[in-house]
Design a protein around this ligand. Sequence first.
Ligand code: HEC
Ligand code: HEC
Ligand code: HEC
Length: 456
Amino acid sequence: MKGMNHRRFNRLLASALIGALLLVLIACAPKGGDAQGGQEQTSGPKTTVAAEPTIAKDAAGVWTAEAWKDIYPHEYETYMQNAMNTTEGNAANPHFAVRGDMVKMYPMLPVIWAGTAFNKFYNEPNGHNYSLDDIRVTGRVWDAEKGAFKETAFANCLTCKSADFTALYQQQGNAIFSQPIADINALLNEPISCYNCHENNLASDATASSVTATQTFFKTALGSDAGKVDAGSQSCGQCHNEYYFAPADKAVTNPYTGLAQMTPEAMYDYYKTAGKDGTPFVDYTNPNTGTQQLKTQHPEFEFVFGGAGSTMVQRGYGCVECHMGQPQTAEDGTIYTSHLLISPLENEELLATCNTGAGCHTDLKAQVKAWQKTSEDKVMAIGTKLETLNLKLADAVAQGTLSEAQLAEARELNREAQWYWDFVMVENSEGAHNPKLSTDTLAKSEAAVDKALTYF
Ligand code: HEC
Ligand code: HEC
Ligand code: HEC
């Protein structure tokens, strides 16, 4: 079974059984019979048969989660359980603790991210059900005093937050990204939901083969490597990735084509010529230091699949195996995939299959916590150095103590050190996805910040 992990094997086995069962069902079904089944079954796994929802598509052309409620009750229910993952925290599952304010958790952020609204408004994420609510209130795009969206924000900020946005993007193409955010926001009602990963295909396909990446920019960025990544991981990676807004049309764009270029070094190089007319791309200029900075987003996909891929990817695992767990059997015998996206550390069933010793893990939870501690301790230590660098550089700019040439070099090192630091800091697994990449990337950041500090 080389190259195939346990879970995939289970699923293949399940679908083989389901396939056999379907053949029997089809053979026995009365002509013109009810597609939803209604057959008496005494044993063996059941499956759901695809059907069109009775509720109409919404104005953007999307069948909402609500529309699938009766057709796929198990997927719908578990999808809705992501609402546990909320800002207020949830006693039912301690993993979904109160969502932290990153600006308080990382005290260097106000200084080193000055010039971007992330230095004031940056919270830990919630579950998918809240994506649209959360983007509408963050101070990065919404001006609470004026009671209006900021003029600096465009519709591109809504890209990974709504099934309706995705459908409109598919219809209108890149032109949608530079529209006023208020105009497009008014058209959106559905947060991240079924359409984002299945389009409307669930009406004719009740299986995992209906899973797809719907964001065109990400499919372009995967290029000919798309065949090397399973559809489930693509469906997550289409949003959990590093991107920038292309200067010409504000289109969401990934800084690479193909897996080999999805490394922090290759992306740093890419950005050197991704600005207007081949100049360096600049996310924002720090007003105190004058450094033209880059701001990494949430490079989960690149951390897991970039370059040669994490050790677990090399063993055949993807986002689905770790965050959706093993196939589940409902009380009525239906086999389905849980759509509650949880940490593998909270999934006891999954942990039991991991902690087998013998080449696998013995205590995965402890091991992951240790990786995360190593990564977070380094993030804090280097972040503090970056803060010192920013303060010294700002002072030198104000006092005029460095020559233009020295300033240019110190700023370049500042940009580089922050890029590599950000790349680990904003990635949501805290180093767990790829401990080696985390260590190597932080070492690059530290080398650059240490060198910059020698100027003072
Ligand atoms: C974030 C992406 C994502 C969203 C949102 C999503 N799905 Fe899925 N869905 C998946 C993936 C990935 C699989 C395949 C899992 C696997 O590989 O076994 C899947 C599988 C399925 C299947 C095949 C049977 C099964 O359970 O494995 C059905 C049916 C399904 N989803 C229905 C839904 C419905 C209904 C919704 C909305 C209420 C929804 N999905 C929302 C990603 C998603
Ligand atoms: C359409 C874009 C989109 C897709 C597709 C998507 N995500 Fe997300 N995901 C987000 C956004 C945006 C948030 C943050 C939502 C918020 O804070 O309101 C998020 C949050 C999460 C969280 C919660 C993070 C935390 O720290 O609590 C997890 C876990 C997660 N996603 C996993 C996945 C997995 C696994 C898949 C694929 C099966 C996936 N996502 C597909 C956009 C997406
Ligand atoms: C080999 C298993 C594995 C794979 C593959 C994997 N993850 Fe994770 N992921 C983890 C672990 C472990 C954590 C840390 C969980 C914790 O801190 O409790 C994590 C954390 C996360 C988080 C933060 C939310 C949380 O619950 O802490 C997000 C978001 C996420 N992963 C998304 C993804 C996406 C998207 C992919 C695919 C591109 C992916 N993961 C692939 C194991 C995995």
